[in-house]
Ligand binder design. Structure first.
Ligand SMILES: Cc1ncc(COP(=O)(O)O)c(C=O)c1O
Length: 354
């Protein structure tokens, strides 16, 4: 039986994408060849890469606005250093909202002055700092739109003339934003886009070429742009599967349509967390993430019973991250409302039994 998969990433993808991707491993485009054995320079694969890049820009509403989409390797973690390598000349601002922002800050410090504009570290990142005092003269301001571990999400983005750089790894393509506010967006594929192994970088080309240091080719955005994201052998299968997922999203109705579903799922679980006296939410209410809902049991003695119940219901992947504890229900784009309803039923069953 297919599980209700609430994993935080890698995570659930649409079933039809799994089917199509597995077919392409056996026979890609009726070519008699597997996608895994063809040249990345073959027309069939070049078409895949181009479609993936175009779909990413189209879904974000950034086509024809001076942006380029790249599918790179090294995970979102490599972007922590690539961003700074390519953009940090003197000083950059970072909003510290979680372990991933913290890591991005650490990498940026290799390249210049880093100003932490605000941090919620002292509160174990259970809220998003607001009313930022953004210093003048920054090369960019770095934000993390969704904090996967803590279940917080930026609802309002600071209005500033500084270049905005955003790690959208865990909520890209999940909600409508004015993406043209951002100079650079990056996201590891393994949540809303595809399997692990590729990272989407969407970059406004005119922000490049402003720094003095030399950049090694593999870490230079301009090199990857000039080579249409094919400077070296790209991660063929993750790019292909991401392309299929983006096609699926477009067919679904794009970000506006999926956002509606994501809101329904989030409302369902958060109402249960708030109404059921056995559970307590972790994140500040106004900052709650529509992607990752974090919660704990009020009485830890119920843990064994609850764990047995959700496993019995075919639920997978709701154990919380070790730094927060409790539970985390990740509800990425491909997770159905029915899966969330199943979890909510288990939570209310526990209340009836306890
Ligand atoms: C918000 C965020 N940023 C960065 C990362 C790191 O991504 P990667 O493992 O692709 O380096 C993650 C991983 O979960 C994440 O959730």
């Amino acid at each position: 039986m297919k599980k209700h998969n609430f994993s935080a990433g890698p995570c659930i993808l649409p079933q039809e994408v799994f089917k199509e991707a597995s077919q392409a491993i056996l026979d890609f485009n009726n070519s008699g060849l597997s996608i895994l054995e063809i040249s990345h320079r073959s027309k069939d694969f070049v078409d895949v890469m181009e479609e993936a890049r175009t779909l990413a820009l189209e879904l974000l509403g950034l086509e024809g606005k001076g942006y380029k989409a790249l599918f790179l390797q090294g995970g979102a973690s490599s972007q922590f250093l690539m961003v700074a390598y390519n953009l940090l000349q003197t000083k950059a601002g970072y909003l510290n909202t979680g372990a991933w922002s913290d890591k991005a800050i650490k990498e940026a410090k290799f390249f210049g002055e880093v100003i932490e504009v605000a941090s919620s570290k002292d509160a174990n990142f259970n809220f998003i700092p607001k009313d930022l005092d953004i210093p003048k003269g920054l090369d960019y301001l770095h934000l993390t739109s969704n904090n996967t571990i803590y279940g917080t999400q930026l609802k309002n983005f600071p209005s500033t003339t500084t270049n905005l750089v955003c790690d959208m790894s865990s909520d890209i393509f999940s909600r409508q934003l004015d993406f043209s506010k951002f100079s650079l967006i990056y996201a590891g594929a393994q949540k809303n886009m595809g399997p692990a192994g590729t990272t989407l970088v969407v970059i406004k080309e005119d922000i490049l070429g402003k720094i003095e240091r030399q950049i090694p080719s593999m870490l230079d955005y301009q090199v990857h742009i000039n080579k249409a994201s094919m400077f070296n052998t790209p991660p063929v299968f993750p790019v292909y599967t991401s392309m299929l997922t983006l096609r699926w999203l477009k067919k679904y109705g794009g970000i506006t349509a999926i956002e509606e579903l994501n809101e329904k799922k989030a409302n369902l679980i958060y109402s249960e967390i708030d109404l059921n006296p056995l559970f307590k939410g972790f994140a500040a209410k106004e900052d709650r993430s529509n992607m990752n809902a974090t919660f704990t049991l009020v009485n830890e003695d119920l843990k064994e019973t609850f764990d047995a119940m959700w496993k019995e219901a075919g639920i997978n992947g709701i154990n919380g991250h070790r730094s927060v504890g409790g539970y985390r229900a990740s509800m990425y784009n491909a997770l159905s409302l029915e899966s969330v309803a199943t979890l909510v039923d288990v939570m209310s069953d526990l209340e009836r039994k306890a």
